[in-house]
Design a protein around this ligand. Structure first.
Ligand SMILES: Cc1cc2nc3c(=O)[nH]c(=O)nc-3n(C[C@H](O)[C@H](O)[C@H](O)COP(=O)(O)OP(=O)(O)OC[C@H]3O[C@@H](n4cnc5c(N)ncnc54)[C@H](O)[C@@H]3O)c2cc1C
Length: 463
């Protein structure tokens, strides 16, 4: 329920961006009785993909993905958000369409419902303007301007954060769940057993290919269907992050002398047989549950990626936490720059929310907006912001953003990459059960821990 009296003694919190995350953040702040000013540049100034002036416009698909709260990480996130009074989930449930196990929404009805709720909230003051640089007297600001943040504000953020680059032509390699990799075929070893600054000498999972397997793999890459670029993505490739299929086009041996080189590695299962090529996977999160395919950025269609990558020895049953892609995006190096409650360490009056923090997707962006709004409101009310338990979907997601990612040996601006919610981000369970059974235990544990957190945080959380 929304509190309606404007507490005269409270300064407003400024939310910049009325997308999925900014709308949810503003809503959460207002429902705590704290005034908000929501700044949105549309419709006067738009992005390359938004079409309307509505809040929370869905720019592409109308799906919030699986709604299964007992067996899918995204369905669990839906369930948690409902329990936390999410405006985005309320509007999605009201405007849902038939879509099997997925939650798909009527995009017009959805955005109209969010817009009406925000416009009708007495504590939310809407300003239709582009923010170039938040003024110094705004003491609490949430920046939720998304993957297509306006260039002028992106410049300001670059200066605030000291980032050299902010809008990337993102090269994304697929990420695989470790427990779906076959260790009777693969093995742990770093090239030439080098430990490096933070390694053990056995930091990579290696998948060996014979010459015939390599030739078949190159053929499959060349034949595979690719995704076309959007017009607004007319940004050149950096030579350091060429898609694997582009490398394969440059010559049949190129990959074998690039990301698939077999040198400095010995297969302990067949020590006498030298592999012709090797695919390496590198740990991607602190928990050690996720591994990324090194150098495997690709624009192959998702279905093609799954079938082609499962021909790699050791990956026949690979489950992917994320598939590869290449697109323009704007996000900050959150693990380095943000504290546990999403504040900029160097300038805590700024918080970040949504896709700009390094989550991916409508629902994840709204969930991080929800948390940013709760944290900012708690702070304004002189309360200590309570972090969600790491076993919940909210906790797992914010953990990835503010600390779960590990810097890799070849760390650099591309090391931290946006990610959808997935079970690889959750603290692992004991072994012994099937993947399907584990998912159910993850979900049950998360909802029980969320309820305990809501009780600890006070009655407002569940209103
Ligand atoms: C081409 C494309 C396709 C996508 N397809 C999907 C998909 O199918 N499914 C999915 O789950 N996710 C998809 N995404 C990701 C999706 O955009 C995000 O998940 C989600 O919209 C992010 O929410 P957000 O609130 O962080 O940003 P947004 O929803 O983009 O909201 C940011 C808001 O900030 C405003 N803004 C920007 N700069 C300023 C400024 N300086 N001052 C004031 N306002 C400003 C913008 O107008 C916008 O309203 C896609 C992204 C892109 C770019």
């Amino acid at each position: 329920m929304m509190r309606s009296l404007r507490p005269a003694h409270l300064k407003p919190i400024h939310v910049v961006g009325g997308g999925l995350s900014g709308s949810e953040a503003a809503w959460q702040i207002a429902r705590r009785g704290v005034p908000v000013v929501l700044h949105e540049m549309r419709p006067d100034r738009s992005t390359a993909v938004h079409k309307s002036g509505q809040f929370a416009e869905l720019v592409c698909s109308n799906s919030f993905r699986s709604d299964d709260a007992e067996g899918s990480a995204i369905g669990l996130l839906h369930a948690e958000m409902r329990r936390l009074g999410s405006l985005v989930m309320r509007a999605a449930d009201t405007h849902k369409l038939p879509a099997g196990g997925a939650l798909a929404v009527d995009r017009e009805g959805f955005a109209a419902a969010i817009t009406a709720a925000i416009e009708g909230a007495p504590l939310i003051d809407i300003r239709r303007e582009e923010i170039l640089e938040p003024p110094a007297d705004w003491d609490s600001v949430i920046i939720a301007t998304g993957p297509l943040t306006s260039p002028a504000l992106a410049d300001t953020i670059r200066a605030l954060t000291g980032e050299t680059a902010l809008a990337f032509f993102d090269a994304i390699a697929p990420i695989v769940h470790r427990d779906s990799i076959d260790f009777d075929i693969t093995w742990f070893q770093s090239r030439y057993d080098k430990a490096g600054p933070a390694g053990s000498g056995a930091d990579y999972i290696n998948c060996p290919l014979t010459r015939a397997q390599y030739e078949d793999f190159v053929d499959a890459l060349l034949a595979g269907e690719k995704i076309a670029f959007h017009d607004f993505e007319a940004t050149p490739y950096f030579d350091g992050c060429l898609p694997i299929e582009v490398m394969a086009e440059r010559g049949r041996e190129t990959l074998r002398h690039g990301p698939m080189k077999p040198f400095g590695l010995t297969d302990p299962h067949r020590p006498a047989a030298k592999p012709y090529a090797v695919v390496q996977l590198r740990q991607d999160n602190k928990l050690g549950t996720l591994f990324n395919m090194v150098g495997f950025q690709t624009k192959l269609k998702h279905g093609e990626q799954v079938s082609i990558f499962r021909t790699i020895p050791g990956l026949a049953k690979a489950e992917f936490a994320r598939l590869g892609g290449l697109h323009r995006n704007t996000f900050i190096d959150s693990p380095k720059l943000l504290d546990a409650t999403l504040r900029l360490k160097a300038m805590p009056r700024f918080r970040f929310a949504g896709q700009i923090t390094g989550c991916e997707g409508y629902v994840e962006s709204a969930a991080i907006g929800l948390l940013a709004g709760r944290f900012a409101a708690a702070e304004r009310l002189d309360e200590r912001p309570l972090l969600p338990p790491p076993s919940t979907a909210h906790g797992a997601l914010i953990g990835h953003i503010t600390g779960g990612h590990i810097e890799t040996i070849e760390s650099g601006p591309h090391s931290f990459q946006p990610m959808n919610i997935n079970f690889g981000l959750f603290p692992p369970l004991g072994g012994g059960t099937t993947r399907a059974a584990k998912k159910q235990v993850f979900c049950a544990r998360a909802l029980a821990d969320l309820d305990a957190w809501i009780s600890a945080a006070g009655a407002h959380a569940a209103e």
